[in-house]
Design a protein around this ligand. Structure first.
Ligand code: T3D
Length: 262
């Protein structure tokens, strides 16, 4: 269906694989277009209740394709801003606003906007072969694709400065200690662990998870009173779902709930 993305769907999970392994799944315009389209499909398909973003081969994503960039654009300093506005920023916002759980399965190295992509997902599961680099400084750029927003929130301001200023490669274990990833698993268990976690997410009450995402997104930019008010509003929506009724019935009947995602 696509040239640079694989889209697979099973058991309520859509897996979107960046598929440019020869260039460590770095972004060109085609990958941007196809990734957007794949995410849009996953968002609209009611049978999809969790989304996994991962990379083919040994890398997760090495950020912007530094070779393709020169071929695809003219007038470089002007077009970097253009590429960010036209390609990266909509992608990051799509991920943050997608009202289904999105898991980054970080199979290998993530660099530059590749780290931003992982940070824009809701959860990050890393292989112990994964590593993370704020590679921007190495090419004289600033962290982008949301990195200035996500990174200090995940690791704190002091560590964000260190990672951004020095551009050092950190291991999956260090990323876990910093709170940049949720879990690290051995490489030979990574696919099974990804399937297991994504499957669990897909069996949760999907509407409630989507509303939680909306609430967290909003709470990051409001005060407590506004967050409380918005929680009350969204809880009214969650409370009217079939999954809420099922959760309460299952509790009272002392059985596991069977959520349907509606
Ligand atoms: O439009 C804009 O510019 C704005 C957006 C900017 C967002 C950004 O992401 S800026 C940051 C761009 N990314 C980088 O600077 C990372 C560049 N890559 C690396 O530093 C290293 O490749 C890694 C640390 C990620 C991995 O190192 P290693 O030693 O495991 O692999 P390698 O040998 O460097 O790379 C393997 C191949 O992938 C190699 O090709 P070759 O020599 O086998 O033909 C290499 O050139 C290619 N590759 C890796 N990263 C990129 C890439 N090709 C194009 N673009 C890349 N980003």
């Amino acid at each position: 269906m696509y040239e640079t993305v694989l889209l697979d769907q099973a058991d309520g999970v859509a897996t979107v694989t960046l598929n440019r392994p020869d260039v460590l799944n770095s972004f060109n315009a085609t990958l941007h277009r196809e990734l957007e389209d794949a995410l849009k499909r996953a968002e609209r398909d009611a049978a999809v209740r969790a989304v996994v973003v991962t990379g083919a081969g040994r890398a997760f994503c090495a950020g912007q394709d530094l070779k393709a960039h020169l071929d695809e654009t003219e007038g470089r300093s002007r077009t970097i801003a253009h590429v960010l506005r036209e390609q990266y920023n909509p992608l990051i916002l799509r991920l943050r606003n997608l009202e289904k759980p999105v898991l980054a399965a970080v199979n290998g190295v993530a660099a530059g906007a590749g780290v931003s992509l992982a940070m824009a997902c809701d959860l990050r599961l890393a292989s112990d072969k994964a590593s993370f680099i704020q590679a921007f400084v190495g090419v004289g750029l600033i962290p982008d694709a949301g990195a200035t927003w996500f990174l200090p929130r995940h690791v704190g301001l002091g560590k964000a400065f260190e990672l951004a200023f020095l551009g050092d490669r950190i291991s999956a274990g260090e990323a876990l200690a910093l709170g940049l990833v949720n879990r690290v698993v051995p490489a030979d268990e990574f696919e099974a662990a990804t399937r297991e976690l994504a499957g669990r997410l897909a069996r949760q009450p999907t509407r409630a998870l989507g509303l939680m995402k909306r609430a967290f997104n909003r709470a990051l930019r409001t005060d407590l009173a506004a967050a409380l008010d918005y929680e009350a509003f969204l809880q009214g929506v969650a409370g009217a779902t079939e999954d809420h009724a099922e959760g309460v019935a299952a509790f009272l009947q002392k059985r596991p709930p069977q959520f349907k995602g509606r």
